[in-house]
Design a protein. Sequence first.
Length: 333
Amino acid sequence: MSLLVDVVIVNWNTGKHLHNCLRSIARADQSVLRVGEVVVVDNASSDGSARDLPATGLRLRWVRNPDNRGFAAACNQGAALCRSDFLLFLNPDTELYSDTLRITGEFLRTPGAQRFGIFGARMVDEQGRPLISCSRFPGPRLCVGGMTGLDRLAPALFPPHHLRPEEVARSGQVDQVIGAFFLVRRHLFTDLNGFDEGYFLYMEEVDFALRARRLGRPSYHIAQARVFHAEAISSVQLGPWRHYLMLCSRTRYMLRHWPKRQAWPLIGLSLSVEPIARLLGAALRGQAVDVRGTLAVQRAFLRWLRHGRRPGPLPPPLLSAPQVAEPESARPA
């Protein structure tokens, strides 16, 4: 008897990537892990990606939000409509391979899978080369390295947030699998009250994975299950405001999960050392140095800190993002 999974996809201006994602689900081998429903939550897209969807034969449900509620809130909306034993949160810029669900389902049936609550797959690019699939839980040393660039200069002392592909070449337990393919036991999602909607974008899955591990339900990376990931199709539209959302999410995570004596000094670094390090790093790499954008992000972040650290409203550039050009993506065979 096959296992049953419902798929939740949050869409915001992803163009034809959403269509390709849905087609890949329909083509996937569901002999072991069968797809019940696919719930697409559209966060007020303006690029037409939510229209003229391909006929796939999937049981498809739509939620159309009048405004962009953020990724965590939209995931929770979709999950509330699901009834299967497993929930798969899938990015619209991903495509499943024909054997992705079968390999995942075969592992879920094993005795060794029973103690895990979250499962991820190996992200690959158009040529099948591995991408970032798993990450470490952020701690003070890790965050200092990321803020200052020391994670690149001295990775032994300041480990980077993301695990290198060669570090997860084999299946096994990890701190966190990335949210592009985030498979969760539905009862665990219910027990944890879903994603924390205080995160608008970024780190909601890190927060969830940490809370799950504290309940004795760690995360597992299935290296044999491959997923094509185009990466950052929605977030690239935000320009420098991506960093604003990351600052807000990282700060929320630190204040929720760290002692205040550790969190607040790191927040101070976010406002002082980090913007200088980012500008210097861009200059050294020969990239455009956006002083004006960096200052605008820092001012918005400071206002967010002063006004209760709530998720909205968003700065105006986030509300009128440009449309994305449509690159040709490789279709997993």
